[in-house]
Design a protein around this ligand. Sequence first.
Ligand code: TXA
Ligand code: MG
Length: 332
Amino acid sequence: MTAGPSTRVMTASAAAITEAMRCLVAGGLVAFPTETVYGLGADATNSRAVARLYHAKGRPAFNPLISHVPDVAAARRLAAFDAAAARLAEAFWPGPLTLVLPRLPGCPVAELATAGLDTIALRVPNHAVARGLLAAVGRPIVAPSANRSGHVSPTTASHVLADLRGRIDLVLDGGPAPVGIESTIVACLAEPILLRPGGLPRAELQRVLGQALPDRVLSGEELGDAETPVAPGQLASHYAPRTPLRLNARSIEAGEALLAFGPSLPPGSEGAADVANLSPAGDLIEAAANLFAYLRTLDAAGAVAIAAMPIPHQGLGEAINDRLKRAAAPRA
Ligand code: TXA
Ligand code: MG
């Protein structure tokens, strides 16, 4: 099966989910909403489908993918849960948390999907369409964010189409993704480690674990493959808009667009090429939900740069700042 020139779009419904299930089981590529961002799904047990997915995204081939499953029981058939992992899964699944765990022998997920590692990233999304689809398929579904590699993650079906129209088979349109930022990734291999800040704030994880959650970039060796770039976003310019991004802006230069946060705008804003306020009320949850869509809007403004106001580094602010830092990194 090849992705034809036309990508179908269906409003999420029971019939559309059945259609999407058939497409996935046949080795097709289906974009679907989750609570974090839209994912580009493929049957995780079908290495040809996984290869097509890497191709559609233009993704560096050795970046491992998250396998999505409908519930904890399905996850436990794929990976080994230690006490910390069990506690986190119990507390936060379904939800915006991905766990990196040792693969079980006999785990049917294609080696290509885990980039040959002996660990696997698992997630149980909290979204009715995603869960309906996963339950219907009855197999793990790999789903990276449904954007071309290096672009910002999609939070609506139209973002998906802007990047992937003609490269994938079907898009299930379930409205805007409510969280707006990707899942938090925690490795439970020895002591739990934060690999990627995301939609679940660190403080909530620490509360359940009863201990501090250090962040550390695992070496490829620790994850079983010295050649593999492991921790997410190790590619310097991930999430990049085309327009240069200037962080912690406290004033606006001529020709810049403004990515604002909070009620008071910095000097020079009246002359900005365009303004998008992540949250006029200064609410970090609202800001996360708007982040990727507003980066896209400002990227289209033809500004010389996007000036981003400082975002408080607490709660979801940690994940927002992580994404902004990557978006501002020099292009590879
Ligand atoms: O919210 C999300 O997590 C979204 C939705 C669609 O579920 N998915 C997502 O996938 O963000 P993706 O592929 O864009 O990011 C997954 C990250 C990658 O950066 C990858 O390096 C990391 O997870 N990852 C996957 N397997 C891993 C493993 N075994 N060890 C370490 N990192 C892993
Ligand atoms: Mg991504």
